[in-house]
Design a binder for this molecule. Structure first.
Ligand SMILES: NC(=O)c1ccc[n+]([C@@H]2O[C@H](COP(=O)([O-])OP(=O)(O)OC[C@H]3O[C@@H](n4cnc5c(N)ncnc54)[C@H](OP(=O)(O)O)[C@@H]3O)[C@@H](O)[C@H]2O)c1
Length: 263
C-alpha cells in the first residue's frame, strides 16, 4: 500500500475511518470523502501521516455535484490507484411502512452515487491502464434481510453493476473487490433510515456485538492487497454460514431468515 493513492468515501466514521487508519499505517496516501467536513477532519487527526491526506467533501446523493467535484479536482483524482466505495446508509422498516422517498434515497446514495463516481474514475483507470475498485457491499447484498428491503436492493444492485463491469474489464488490469460485511460494530443502525425517512437512532444489539471495526478493517485491507474478487467478513453465523446456506440451500435459508429475530 506504500505510496498508493487511495480514495475512501464515507471516511468520516465507522468502517471508512477504520480503513483510513489501517491504510495510513501502511503508508498509503489518502483522499477522504463524505458529507461532513468536521468528521472527515476528525479522521485525519487520527492518522499518523496527517499531511499525506486530503479531504474532499462529497454528497453521493447529488449526482451533478459529484461530476463537478471530480472535474474540479481532476489533477488529484486522475492519480487515484484504489477507489474504496464505502459510503452508505441503511434502513430499518417494513416494506408496508416505508415511504417511496426512503427507497429513492437508499438507491440514490448507495447505488447511483457510487455508479456515477465509479464511471468517472473508470475513465482515468482506463487511461492509466490500471486501477482497483473496492466496494463495501454487505451480506444483505447477497440475500434479502427483513426490515432492510431498500438497503438490500441497493447492495444487490452494486453486485449486478460491478460483476458486469468485471466482465467488461477482463482484458484490463483493473481489479474489482466486493467486500460483504456481516455485523460490524459501527453506528450504521443509528444512522439508518426509518420508514418515514427519520433516523432510526438506536444501535442494534447485533451491531454492538458485531466484529470490532478495527479488526474488520485489518482483514479488509488484506483482502484488497490480495485483490480478492469477493470477501465476506464478520461473525461466523451471518458472514460465513448464512451466505453458504443461502447459496446452496436457498429454500432452507428462506425459512431461517423469515423466522430470524433480526432487528
Ligand atoms: N456496520 C456494519 O455492520 C455494516 C455491514 C454491512 C455493510 N456495511 C456497509 O459499510 C459501509 C460503511 O458503513 P458503517 O458501518 O461505517 O456506517 P457509518 O458509520 O454510518 O458510515 C457511513 C458513512 O457514509 C457516509 N455517507 C452517508 N451518506 C452519504 C452521502 N449521501 N454522501 C457521502 N457519504 C455519505 C457517512 O458520512 P456523512 O454522514 O458525513 O456523509 C458515513 O461516514 C456502508 O456502505 C454500509 O452499508 C456496514
Amino acid at each position: 500500500m506504500k505510496g498508493k493513492k487511495i480514495w475512501i468515501t464515507g471516511a468520516g466514521s465507522g468502517i471508512g475511518r477504520a480503513l483510513a487508519i489501517a491504510l495510513d499505517e501502511q503508508g498509503a496516501s489518502l483522499i477522504l470523502s463524505g458529507r461532513t467536513k468536521k468528521t472527515l477532519q476528525a479522521t485525519q487527526s487520527l492518522l499518523q501521516r496527517k499531511d499525506d491526506c486530503i479531504i474532499l467533501p462529497l454528497d453521493l446523493g447529488k449526482f451533478e455535484e459529484i461530476e463537478t467535484m471530480y472535474h474540479a479536482h481532476h489533477d488529484l483524482l486522475k492519480n487515484v490507484d484504489i477507489l474504496i466505495n464505502n459510503a452508505g446508509i441503511s434502513q430499518r422498516s417494513l416494506v408496508e411502512n416505508t415511504t417511496f422517498d426512503v427507497y429513492k434515497k437508499l438507491i440514490n446514495i448507495n447505488y447511483l452515487g457510487t455508479v456515477r463516481l465509479s464511471q468517472l474514475m473508470l475513465k482515468d483507470f482506463k487511461i492509466k491502464g490500471k486501477g482497483h475498485f473496492v466496494i463495501i457491499s454487505s451480506t444483505a447484498g447477497k440475500f434479502g434481510v427483513p426490515l432492510r428491503s431498500g438497503y438490500s436492493a441497493s447492495k444487490f444492485a452494486l453486485h449486478g453493476f460491478f460483476e458486469a463491469l468485471r466482465a467488461e474489464l477482463v482484458e484490463e488490469a483493473i481489479d474489482i473487490t466486493m467486500i460483504c460485511p456481516g455485523f460490524i460494530n459501527t453506528d450504521i443502525s443509528k444512522n439508518a433510515l426509518s420508514g418515514d425517512g427519520s433516523l432510526h437512532g438506536t444501535k442494534d444489539e447485533a451491531q454492538s456485538n458485531g466484529m470490532p471495526v478495527e479488526l474488520m478493517a485489518k482483514k479488509t485491507v488484506a483482502a484488497i492487497k490480495a485483490k480478492k474478487s469477493e470477501y465476506f467478513v464478520g461473525g461466523f453465523r451471518e458472514a460465513h454460514l448464512a451466505p453458504f446456506v443461502s447459496r446452496f440451500f436457498p429454500n432452507l435459508f428462506r425459512k431461517i431468515i423469515a423466522r430470524s429475530k433480526v432487528t
